[in-house]
Design a binder for this molecule. Structure first.
Ligand SMILES: CC(C)(COP(=O)(O)OP(=O)(O)OC[C@H]1O[C@@H](n2cnc3c(N)ncnc32)[C@H](O)[C@@H]1OP(=O)(O)O)[C@@H](O)C(=O)NCCC(=O)NCCS
Length: 181
């Protein structure tokens, strides 16, 4: 079944969601370094030290790739900024991830400095409504079983736990699902 495209821009009460810009590269690079540091801390590796932080060039290459592939796929990640500001807070959107183009995954990731303000829930609620408007009937989110803040975001959005699988790299993964129809 053909689906409408996810929009390239959405607005919420406090946030602008938009397509990646090259000016997001430094914020995106910091997000990836924070993710690696979190993983290292959680798994007891390296005392939270990150051996290979992402370079600005690598971040720019990812951003150019995301901009190029978004129109053809019809689903994508959107960056989050406070309305009226170019400060990069993180991203939220739809990805195939472990699922399918028909029933994609909701994904979000925010800089540590932006946590705890309800931004992930606010952005994800807008993405869920936009996903519904594409004609899709179901969304998934797969979450590491340790990730209490992410489960809370999904709970607030109405997702329910479906099953648990074991991922070679990520460990125990909980599949959560939201029926849109
Ligand atoms: C998950 C994440 C996006 C949440 O972002 P956020 O903007 O802080 O989320 P919100 O403020 O909208 O909601 C977080 C909720 O989790 C709750 N929470 C935070 N830490 C918690 C914890 N340790 N245990 C239980 N609940 C927790 C908050 O209180 C809040 O719930 P409330 O509104 O009922 O008080 C953010 O922590 C993040 O980017 N983490 C790293 C990347 C990641 O894990 N992405 C998801 C992969 S599936």
């Amino acid at each position: 079944m053909p689906y409408g495209p996810l929009p390239f821009a959405l607005e919420t009460e406090r946030l602008t969601l938009q397509l990646w810009e090259e000016s997001d590269a430094d914020g995106y690079r910091r997000l990836v370094v924070e993710r690696k540091r979190d993983h290292a801390e959680r798994t007891g590796g390296l005392d939270g030290h990150v051996d290979e932080p992402m370079s600005l060039d690598e971040a720019l290459a990812d951003i150019r790739g995301a901009r190029e592939s978004a129109p053809a796929r019809g689903i994508h990640l959107l960056t989050l900024h406070p309305r009226g500001s170019d400060e990069f807070l993180g991203y939220c959107g739809l990805v195939i991830g472990r699922s399918t183009i028909d029933e994609p995954e909701l994904a979000y990731e925010l800089l540590r400095s932006a946590h705890g303000h309800g931004y992930a829930t606010e952005a994800a609620a807008a993405v869920v409504e936009a996903a519904r408007a594409t004609g899709r009937e179901r969304l998934w989110a797969t979450v590491g079983s340790w990730n209490a803040p992410s489960f809370r975001v999904l709970e607030k959005l109405g997702f329910r736990r479906d099953r648990t699988t074991i991922d070679d790299q990520a460990g125990e993964i909980v599949w959560t699902v939201l029926d849109l129809s």
